[in-house]
Write a protein that binds this ligand. Structure first.
Ligand code: ZN
Length: 484
Protein backbone atom coordinates (compact mmCIF):
# COMPACT_ATOMS: atom_id res chain seq x y z
CA UNK A 1 0.00 0.00 0.00
CA UNK A 2 1.48 3.36 -0.97
CA UNK A 3 1.73 5.80 1.97
CA UNK A 4 -0.15 9.13 2.00
CA UNK A 5 1.63 12.20 0.64
CA UNK A 6 2.11 13.87 4.05
CA UNK A 7 3.54 10.72 5.59
CA UNK A 8 5.76 10.33 2.55
CA UNK A 9 7.12 13.88 3.00
CA UNK A 10 7.99 13.26 6.66
CA UNK A 11 9.58 9.88 5.94
CA UNK A 12 11.62 11.17 3.00
CA UNK A 13 13.09 13.80 5.29
CA UNK A 14 14.24 11.04 7.67
CA UNK A 15 15.58 8.95 4.81
CA UNK A 16 17.48 11.89 3.28
CA UNK A 17 19.08 12.59 6.67
CA UNK A 18 20.18 8.97 6.95
CA UNK A 19 21.59 8.88 3.39
CA UNK A 20 23.40 12.21 3.86
CA UNK A 21 24.84 11.13 7.18
CA UNK A 22 26.20 7.92 5.68
CA UNK A 23 27.85 9.91 2.86
CA UNK A 24 29.24 12.41 5.35
CA UNK A 25 30.68 9.81 7.73
CA UNK A 26 32.38 7.90 4.91
CA UNK A 27 33.76 10.94 3.04
CA UNK A 28 34.93 12.67 6.23
CA UNK A 29 36.94 9.60 7.22
CA UNK A 30 34.75 8.86 10.25
CA UNK A 31 33.64 5.49 8.86
CA UNK A 32 35.85 3.38 6.58
CA UNK A 33 33.01 1.47 4.89
CA UNK A 34 30.05 2.89 2.98
CA UNK A 35 26.86 1.07 3.99
CA UNK A 36 23.97 2.54 2.06
CA UNK A 37 22.01 -0.72 1.62
CA UNK A 38 21.08 -0.79 5.31
CA UNK A 39 19.61 2.70 4.99
CA UNK A 40 17.50 1.66 2.00
CA UNK A 41 16.28 -1.36 3.93
CA UNK A 42 15.06 0.85 6.80
CA UNK A 43 13.04 2.98 4.38
CA UNK A 44 11.82 0.18 2.12
CA UNK A 45 8.26 1.63 2.20
CA UNK A 46 9.46 4.75 0.31
CA UNK A 47 11.24 2.96 -2.49
CA UNK A 48 8.61 0.60 -3.92
CA UNK A 49 7.45 0.65 -7.51
CA UNK A 50 3.85 1.06 -6.29
CA UNK A 51 4.90 4.21 -4.41
CA UNK A 52 6.63 5.71 -7.45
CA UNK A 53 3.50 5.02 -9.50
CA UNK A 54 1.15 6.42 -6.84
CA UNK A 55 3.03 9.75 -6.83
CA UNK A 56 3.09 10.00 -10.64
CA UNK A 57 0.05 12.24 -10.82
CA UNK A 58 -1.70 14.64 -8.47
CA UNK A 59 1.40 15.13 -6.25
CA UNK A 60 4.25 17.65 -6.52
CA UNK A 61 6.56 16.50 -9.32
CA UNK A 62 9.57 16.64 -6.98
CA UNK A 63 8.00 13.98 -4.75
CA UNK A 64 7.47 11.83 -7.82
CA UNK A 65 11.12 12.37 -8.82
CA UNK A 66 12.27 11.44 -5.30
CA UNK A 67 10.21 8.23 -5.38
CA UNK A 68 11.57 7.24 -8.81
CA UNK A 69 15.17 7.99 -7.80
CA UNK A 70 14.61 6.10 -4.54
CA UNK A 71 13.30 3.11 -6.54
CA UNK A 72 16.40 3.20 -8.76
CA UNK A 73 18.69 3.84 -5.76
CA UNK A 74 17.19 0.87 -3.92
CA UNK A 75 17.60 -1.36 -6.96
CA UNK A 76 21.28 -0.40 -7.26
CA UNK A 77 22.18 -0.12 -3.57
CA UNK A 78 24.50 -3.12 -3.57
CA UNK A 79 26.17 -1.96 -6.79
CA UNK A 80 26.73 1.51 -5.27
CA UNK A 81 28.33 -0.02 -2.19
CA UNK A 82 30.52 -2.23 -4.34
CA UNK A 83 31.69 0.77 -6.37
CA UNK A 84 32.41 2.97 -3.33
CA UNK A 85 34.16 0.18 -1.46
CA UNK A 86 36.23 -0.80 -4.53
CA UNK A 87 37.31 2.84 -4.91
CA UNK A 88 38.24 2.90 -1.23
CA UNK A 89 40.31 -0.30 -1.31
CA UNK A 90 41.82 -0.64 -4.82
CA UNK A 91 45.36 0.45 -5.46
CA UNK A 92 47.18 1.46 -8.62
CA UNK A 93 50.69 0.15 -9.37
CA UNK A 94 52.98 3.02 -10.43
CA UNK A 95 56.78 2.84 -10.65
CA UNK A 96 56.89 -0.17 -8.31
CA UNK A 97 54.64 1.46 -5.71
CA UNK A 98 50.96 0.80 -4.89
CA UNK A 99 49.03 4.09 -4.80
CA UNK A 100 45.49 4.00 -3.33
CA UNK A 101 42.96 4.54 -6.16
CA UNK A 102 41.44 7.67 -4.59
CA UNK A 103 44.87 9.18 -3.97
CA UNK A 104 45.99 9.06 -7.60
CA UNK A 105 44.34 12.34 -8.64
CA UNK A 106 45.47 14.42 -5.62
CA UNK A 107 48.97 13.01 -6.02
CA UNK A 108 49.00 13.67 -9.74
CA UNK A 109 48.05 17.32 -9.20
CA UNK A 110 50.98 17.77 -6.85
CA UNK A 111 53.53 15.87 -8.95
CA UNK A 112 55.98 18.31 -10.62
CA UNK A 113 57.41 15.71 -13.04
CA UNK A 114 55.33 15.53 -16.22
CA UNK A 115 56.26 11.98 -17.19
CA UNK A 116 55.50 10.67 -13.75
CA UNK A 117 52.11 12.51 -13.82
CA UNK A 118 51.30 10.79 -17.08
CA UNK A 119 52.33 7.40 -15.69
CA UNK A 120 50.04 7.95 -12.68
CA UNK A 121 47.19 8.91 -15.01
CA UNK A 122 47.64 5.97 -17.38
CA UNK A 123 47.97 3.49 -14.53
CA UNK A 124 44.71 4.84 -13.02
CA UNK A 125 42.94 4.50 -16.39
CA UNK A 126 44.07 0.87 -16.64
CA UNK A 127 42.64 0.06 -13.20
CA UNK A 128 39.41 1.88 -14.11
CA UNK A 129 39.10 -0.24 -17.24
CA UNK A 130 39.89 -3.56 -15.59
CA UNK A 131 38.43 -3.27 -12.13
CA UNK A 132 35.91 -0.41 -12.01
CA UNK A 133 34.19 -0.59 -15.39
CA UNK A 134 32.76 -4.10 -14.91
CA UNK A 135 31.07 -2.75 -11.75
CA UNK A 136 29.86 0.42 -13.50
CA UNK A 137 28.55 -1.63 -16.45
CA UNK A 138 26.59 -3.92 -14.15
CA UNK A 139 25.08 -0.90 -12.37
CA UNK A 140 24.22 0.77 -15.70
CA UNK A 141 22.45 -2.38 -16.96
CA UNK A 142 20.48 -2.55 -13.72
CA UNK A 143 19.45 1.13 -14.01
CA UNK A 144 18.10 0.45 -17.52
CA UNK A 145 15.88 -2.34 -16.15
CA UNK A 146 14.62 -0.17 -13.29
CA UNK A 147 13.85 2.73 -15.65
CA UNK A 148 11.81 0.31 -17.79
CA UNK A 149 9.89 -0.77 -14.64
CA UNK A 150 8.95 2.90 -14.24
CA UNK A 151 7.40 2.71 -17.74
CA UNK A 152 9.97 5.07 -19.24
CA UNK A 153 11.73 4.22 -22.49
CA UNK A 154 15.01 5.70 -21.19
CA UNK A 155 16.55 7.76 -18.40
CA UNK A 156 16.19 10.76 -20.72
CA UNK A 157 12.46 10.18 -21.11
CA UNK A 158 12.11 9.73 -17.33
CA UNK A 159 13.80 13.08 -16.57
CA UNK A 160 11.77 14.88 -19.22
CA UNK A 161 8.71 13.77 -17.25
CA UNK A 162 10.17 15.57 -14.22
CA UNK A 163 10.31 18.83 -16.21
CA UNK A 164 14.00 18.58 -17.16
CA UNK A 165 14.84 19.87 -20.62
CA UNK A 166 18.33 18.55 -21.38
CA UNK A 167 17.69 18.71 -25.14
CA UNK A 168 16.71 22.38 -25.02
CA UNK A 169 19.75 23.17 -22.88
CA UNK A 170 21.91 21.21 -25.32
CA UNK A 171 20.94 23.62 -28.12
CA UNK A 172 22.25 26.54 -25.99
CA UNK A 173 25.44 24.75 -24.98
CA UNK A 174 26.20 23.71 -28.57
CA UNK A 175 25.97 27.38 -29.58
CA UNK A 176 28.26 28.24 -26.66
CA UNK A 177 30.82 25.63 -27.79
CA UNK A 178 30.83 26.98 -31.35
CA UNK A 179 30.96 30.65 -30.31
CA UNK A 180 33.87 30.21 -27.88
CA UNK A 181 35.92 27.61 -29.77
CA UNK A 182 38.61 29.84 -31.28
CA UNK A 183 38.86 31.99 -28.15
CA UNK A 184 39.25 28.88 -25.96
CA UNK A 185 41.88 27.18 -28.13
CA UNK A 186 44.00 30.30 -28.44
CA UNK A 187 43.83 31.12 -24.73
CA UNK A 188 44.40 27.61 -23.42
CA UNK A 189 47.33 27.02 -25.76
CA UNK A 190 49.09 30.16 -24.46
CA UNK A 191 48.31 29.29 -20.83
CA UNK A 192 49.52 25.68 -21.21
CA UNK A 193 52.77 26.79 -22.78
CA UNK A 194 53.36 29.30 -20.02
CA UNK A 195 52.30 27.26 -16.98
CA UNK A 196 52.88 23.64 -18.02
CA UNK A 197 55.56 23.97 -20.71
CA UNK A 198 53.48 22.12 -23.31
CA UNK A 199 51.39 23.34 -26.29
CA UNK A 200 47.72 22.39 -26.56
CA UNK A 201 48.56 20.09 -29.48
CA UNK A 202 50.77 17.88 -27.28
CA UNK A 203 48.82 18.19 -24.03
CA UNK A 204 46.91 15.45 -22.19
CA UNK A 205 44.33 15.58 -19.35
CA UNK A 206 46.99 15.26 -16.59
CA UNK A 207 48.80 18.32 -18.02
CA UNK A 208 45.57 20.33 -17.83
CA UNK A 209 44.88 19.05 -14.31
CA UNK A 210 48.33 20.19 -13.22
CA UNK A 211 47.88 23.58 -14.85
CA UNK A 212 44.61 24.15 -12.94
CA UNK A 213 46.32 23.10 -9.72
CA UNK A 214 48.61 26.14 -10.31
CA UNK A 215 51.19 25.70 -7.53
CA UNK A 216 52.71 29.07 -8.56
CA UNK A 217 49.56 30.71 -7.12
CA UNK A 218 49.82 28.93 -3.73
CA UNK A 219 51.56 31.86 -2.06
CA UNK A 220 48.50 34.05 -2.77
CA UNK A 221 46.18 31.49 -1.12
CA UNK A 222 47.79 30.35 2.15
CA UNK A 223 46.07 27.54 4.09
CA UNK A 224 45.76 29.52 7.33
CA UNK A 225 43.93 32.41 5.67
CA UNK A 226 41.16 30.37 3.99
CA UNK A 227 38.71 30.11 6.89
CA UNK A 228 39.35 33.68 8.14
CA UNK A 229 38.71 35.01 4.60
CA UNK A 230 35.44 33.09 4.52
CA UNK A 231 34.45 34.37 7.98
CA UNK A 232 35.19 38.00 6.95
CA UNK A 233 33.29 37.62 3.69
CA UNK A 234 30.20 36.29 5.47
CA UNK A 235 30.46 38.90 8.24
CA UNK A 236 30.34 41.73 5.68
CA UNK A 237 27.07 40.25 4.40
CA UNK A 238 25.65 40.15 7.94
CA UNK A 239 26.38 36.48 8.69
CA UNK A 240 28.30 35.35 11.80
CA UNK A 241 29.57 31.89 10.80
CA UNK A 242 30.62 30.91 14.32
CA UNK A 243 27.23 31.88 15.75
CA UNK A 244 25.32 29.70 13.28
CA UNK A 245 24.31 26.79 15.49
CA UNK A 246 22.95 24.82 12.52
CA UNK A 247 26.25 24.91 10.61
CA UNK A 248 28.82 22.45 11.89
CA UNK A 249 32.43 22.97 10.80
CA UNK A 250 34.43 19.77 10.41
CA UNK A 251 38.01 21.02 9.95
CA UNK A 252 40.21 18.46 11.69
CA UNK A 253 42.51 16.10 9.79
CA UNK A 254 41.84 12.36 10.01
CA UNK A 255 42.86 9.34 7.91
CA UNK A 256 40.45 8.65 5.02
CA UNK A 257 39.03 12.19 4.99
CA UNK A 258 38.62 13.52 1.44
CA UNK A 259 40.89 16.52 0.97
CA UNK A 260 38.32 18.48 -1.06
CA UNK A 261 35.77 20.54 0.90
CA UNK A 262 32.15 19.36 0.75
CA UNK A 263 28.82 20.25 2.29
CA UNK A 264 26.47 17.67 3.82
CA UNK A 265 22.97 19.11 4.34
CA UNK A 266 21.90 16.35 6.74
CA UNK A 267 18.89 18.24 8.15
CA UNK A 268 17.68 21.33 6.33
CA UNK A 269 17.92 23.78 7.98
CA UNK A 270 18.73 22.05 11.31
CA UNK A 271 22.10 20.40 10.69
CA UNK A 272 24.37 21.36 7.81
CA UNK A 273 27.97 20.13 7.95
CA UNK A 274 30.71 22.02 6.12
CA UNK A 275 33.68 19.67 5.81
CA UNK A 276 37.14 20.88 4.87
CA UNK A 277 40.83 20.18 5.26
CA UNK A 278 42.50 23.51 4.54
CA UNK A 279 45.64 22.91 2.48
CA UNK A 280 45.96 26.22 0.66
CA UNK A 281 46.08 26.94 -3.03
CA UNK A 282 43.49 28.52 -5.26
CA UNK A 283 41.61 25.28 -5.86
CA UNK A 284 41.30 24.63 -2.13
CA UNK A 285 39.87 28.14 -1.58
CA UNK A 286 37.45 27.68 -4.48
CA UNK A 287 36.10 24.43 -3.03
CA UNK A 288 35.71 25.99 0.42
CA UNK A 289 33.84 29.07 -0.83
CA UNK A 290 31.69 26.97 -3.16
CA UNK A 291 30.65 24.60 -0.39
CA UNK A 292 30.11 27.49 2.02
CA UNK A 293 27.64 28.91 -0.54
CA UNK A 294 25.69 25.64 -0.35
CA UNK A 295 25.89 25.57 3.44
CA UNK A 296 24.55 29.13 3.85
CA UNK A 297 21.78 28.48 1.33
CA UNK A 298 20.56 25.34 3.12
CA UNK A 299 21.03 26.79 6.61
CA UNK A 300 18.88 29.83 5.76
CA UNK A 301 15.85 27.89 4.52
CA UNK A 302 12.80 28.14 6.80
CA UNK A 303 11.85 24.84 8.45
CA UNK A 304 8.19 25.54 7.56
CA UNK A 305 8.78 25.06 3.83
CA UNK A 306 7.56 21.68 2.56
CA UNK A 307 10.29 19.04 2.35
CA UNK A 308 10.32 19.10 -1.45
CA UNK A 309 11.17 22.84 -1.41
CA UNK A 310 14.10 22.41 0.98
CA UNK A 311 15.60 18.99 0.20
CA UNK A 312 14.57 18.68 -3.43
CA UNK A 313 13.72 21.22 -6.13
CA UNK A 314 15.99 22.73 -8.74
CA UNK A 315 19.64 22.20 -7.81
CA UNK A 316 20.71 24.89 -10.29
CA UNK A 317 19.63 27.26 -7.51
CA UNK A 318 21.94 25.91 -4.80
CA UNK A 319 24.77 25.48 -7.34
CA UNK A 320 24.21 29.09 -8.41
CA UNK A 321 24.74 30.40 -4.87
CA UNK A 322 27.78 28.12 -4.51
CA UNK A 323 29.26 29.62 -7.71
CA UNK A 324 28.44 33.15 -6.51
CA UNK A 325 30.71 32.66 -3.46
CA UNK A 326 33.35 30.71 -5.38
CA UNK A 327 33.66 33.40 -8.03
CA UNK A 328 34.27 36.13 -5.44
CA UNK A 329 37.83 34.81 -5.18
CA UNK A 330 38.74 36.00 -8.67
CA UNK A 331 36.98 39.38 -8.31
CA UNK A 332 39.81 41.96 -7.97
CA UNK A 333 37.56 44.16 -5.78
CA UNK A 334 36.94 41.26 -3.35
CA UNK A 335 40.64 40.40 -3.33
CA UNK A 336 41.62 43.95 -2.34
CA UNK A 337 38.87 44.22 0.28
CA UNK A 338 39.23 40.82 1.98
CA UNK A 339 42.83 39.72 1.34
CA UNK A 340 44.39 43.19 1.26
CA UNK A 341 46.44 42.70 -1.92
CA UNK A 342 46.19 42.12 -5.66
CA UNK A 343 46.84 39.07 -7.83
CA UNK A 344 46.57 40.66 -11.28
CA UNK A 345 46.89 37.44 -13.29
CA UNK A 346 44.25 35.56 -11.30
CA UNK A 347 41.10 37.04 -12.85
CA UNK A 348 42.19 35.90 -16.30
CA UNK A 349 43.29 32.47 -15.05
CA UNK A 350 39.92 31.98 -13.31
CA UNK A 351 37.99 33.14 -16.39
CA UNK A 352 39.83 30.59 -18.52
CA UNK A 353 39.22 27.85 -15.95
CA UNK A 354 35.52 28.68 -15.97
CA UNK A 355 35.45 28.55 -19.78
CA UNK A 356 37.18 25.16 -19.65
CA UNK A 357 34.66 23.85 -17.11
CA UNK A 358 31.61 25.08 -19.03
CA UNK A 359 32.95 23.54 -22.24
CA UNK A 360 33.70 20.27 -20.43
CA UNK A 361 30.17 20.17 -18.98
CA UNK A 362 28.64 21.11 -22.35
CA UNK A 363 30.41 18.03 -23.77
CA UNK A 364 29.29 15.91 -20.81
CA UNK A 365 25.69 16.97 -21.50
CA UNK A 366 26.02 16.04 -25.20
CA UNK A 367 27.45 12.66 -24.17
CA UNK A 368 24.96 12.00 -21.38
CA UNK A 369 22.10 12.66 -23.83
CA UNK A 370 23.42 9.70 -25.85
CA UNK A 371 24.19 7.58 -22.77
CA UNK A 372 20.72 8.16 -21.31
CA UNK A 373 18.81 7.78 -24.57
CA UNK A 374 18.82 4.04 -23.93
CA UNK A 375 20.64 2.84 -27.06
CA UNK A 376 23.33 0.20 -27.26
CA UNK A 377 26.33 0.66 -24.98
CA UNK A 378 28.79 -0.46 -27.65
CA UNK A 379 29.70 2.93 -29.15
CA UNK A 380 29.56 4.89 -25.89
CA UNK A 381 33.25 4.71 -24.87
CA UNK A 382 34.28 6.09 -28.27
CA UNK A 383 31.56 8.78 -28.18
CA UNK A 384 32.64 9.86 -24.68
CA UNK A 385 36.24 10.26 -25.84
CA UNK A 386 35.20 12.02 -29.08
CA UNK A 387 32.86 14.59 -27.53
CA UNK A 388 35.06 15.43 -24.52
CA UNK A 389 38.23 15.63 -26.60
CA UNK A 390 36.61 17.93 -29.18
CA UNK A 391 35.30 20.40 -26.56
CA UNK A 392 38.32 20.43 -24.24
CA UNK A 393 41.04 20.10 -26.87
CA UNK A 394 43.02 17.25 -25.25
CA UNK A 395 42.51 13.51 -25.85
CA UNK A 396 40.15 12.07 -23.23
CA UNK A 397 40.36 8.31 -22.54
CA UNK A 398 37.48 5.96 -23.42
CA UNK A 399 37.93 4.27 -20.04
CA UNK A 400 36.08 7.04 -18.15
CA UNK A 401 32.80 6.70 -20.08
CA UNK A 402 30.82 5.59 -17.02
CA UNK A 403 32.98 6.91 -14.19
CA UNK A 404 32.83 10.54 -15.40
CA UNK A 405 29.03 10.70 -15.20
CA UNK A 406 26.91 12.39 -12.53
CA UNK A 407 23.59 10.76 -11.69
CA UNK A 408 20.26 12.19 -12.75
CA UNK A 409 21.43 14.74 -15.35
CA UNK A 410 23.12 16.76 -12.58
CA UNK A 411 25.27 18.34 -15.32
CA UNK A 412 22.19 20.34 -16.36
CA UNK A 413 22.09 21.91 -12.87
CA UNK A 414 25.72 23.04 -13.10
CA UNK A 415 25.30 24.42 -16.61
CA UNK A 416 22.17 26.42 -15.76
CA UNK A 417 23.80 27.53 -12.49
CA UNK A 418 26.72 29.12 -14.36
CA UNK A 419 24.28 31.34 -16.25
CA UNK A 420 22.17 32.01 -13.13
CA UNK A 421 25.29 33.03 -11.13
CA UNK A 422 26.64 35.31 -13.88
CA UNK A 423 23.30 37.11 -14.17
CA UNK A 424 22.75 37.31 -10.41
CA UNK A 425 26.25 38.75 -9.85
CA UNK A 426 25.56 41.28 -12.57
CA UNK A 427 22.33 42.27 -10.84
CA UNK A 428 24.11 42.60 -7.47
CA UNK A 429 26.77 44.87 -9.00
CA UNK A 430 24.10 47.04 -10.61
CA UNK A 431 22.03 47.27 -7.42
CA UNK A 432 24.80 47.54 -4.80
CA UNK A 433 27.92 48.57 -6.67
CA UNK A 434 31.18 46.91 -7.72
CA UNK A 435 31.86 45.91 -4.09
CA UNK A 436 28.34 44.46 -3.49
CA UNK A 437 29.86 41.75 -1.26
CA UNK A 438 30.50 44.41 1.40
CA UNK A 439 26.93 45.73 1.47
CA UNK A 440 24.48 44.45 4.08
CA UNK A 441 21.68 45.18 1.56
CA UNK A 442 23.18 42.51 -0.69
CA UNK A 443 23.25 40.13 2.28
CA UNK A 444 19.58 40.90 2.95
CA UNK A 445 18.67 40.19 -0.67
CA UNK A 446 20.55 36.88 -0.59
CA UNK A 447 18.75 35.87 2.60
CA UNK A 448 15.40 36.74 1.00
CA UNK A 449 16.27 34.47 -1.90
CA UNK A 450 17.52 31.69 0.39
CA UNK A 451 14.27 31.85 2.38
CA UNK A 452 12.46 30.58 -0.72
CA UNK A 453 14.43 27.34 -0.51
CA UNK A 454 14.31 25.64 -3.89
CA UNK A 455 10.60 26.27 -4.41
CA UNK A 456 11.35 28.21 -7.60
CA UNK A 457 13.40 27.05 -10.54
CA UNK A 458 16.51 29.12 -11.32
CA UNK A 459 14.68 30.73 -14.28
CA UNK A 460 11.76 31.90 -12.13
CA UNK A 461 13.98 33.06 -9.27
CA UNK A 462 16.14 35.15 -11.58
CA UNK A 463 13.07 36.65 -13.24
CA UNK A 464 11.63 37.60 -9.85
CA UNK A 465 14.83 39.14 -8.45
CA UNK A 466 16.53 40.64 -11.50
CA UNK A 467 13.67 40.82 -14.01
CA UNK A 468 15.85 38.92 -16.50
CA UNK A 469 15.49 35.69 -18.46
CA UNK A 470 18.13 33.02 -17.91
CA UNK A 471 20.34 33.37 -20.94
CA UNK A 472 23.33 31.18 -21.77
CA UNK A 473 24.68 33.81 -24.20
CA UNK A 474 25.65 35.91 -21.15
CA UNK A 475 28.44 33.37 -20.54
CA UNK A 476 29.74 33.75 -24.10
CA UNK A 477 29.94 37.53 -23.70
CA UNK A 478 31.57 37.17 -20.30
CA UNK A 479 34.30 34.87 -21.69
CA UNK A 480 34.93 37.23 -24.62
CA UNK A 481 35.26 40.23 -22.32
CA UNK A 482 37.60 38.46 -19.91
CA UNK A 483 39.80 36.68 -22.44
CA UNK A 484 39.36 38.48 -25.77
ZN1 ZN B 1 28.11 22.49 -5.70
Amino acid sequence: MPVAVDTYRARLEEMTAAVMEEHYLHAAGRKPTFEIAAVYERYADLTTLAQARALASGSPVELHRFACEAYIGDGTKHASEEIANAEATLSVPVDGEEVPYREVMPRLLNEPDRDRRRRLYDARCAVTAERMNPLHERADARVRELVADLSAGSTLELYERFGYDPRGLHRSTEAFLADTDALYRGSIDAELRRRAGVPLAGARPPDLARMWRAPELDAAFPADRALPALRDTLAALGIDLDAQANIELDVEARPGKRPRAFCAPIRVPGRVVLVMLPQGGQDDYRALFHEAGHAEHFAAMPAELPAEDRLLGDNAVTEGFAFLFEHLLSDPAWRRARMGDEVPEYARFAALYKLFLIRRYAAKLAYELELHAGGSRERLPARYAELLSAAVGVPYPETDYLEDVDDGFYCTSYLRAWAFDAQLADHLRTAFGRAWFGETGAGDLLREMWALGQSLRAEALLRRVAGAELDFAVLTDEAKTALG
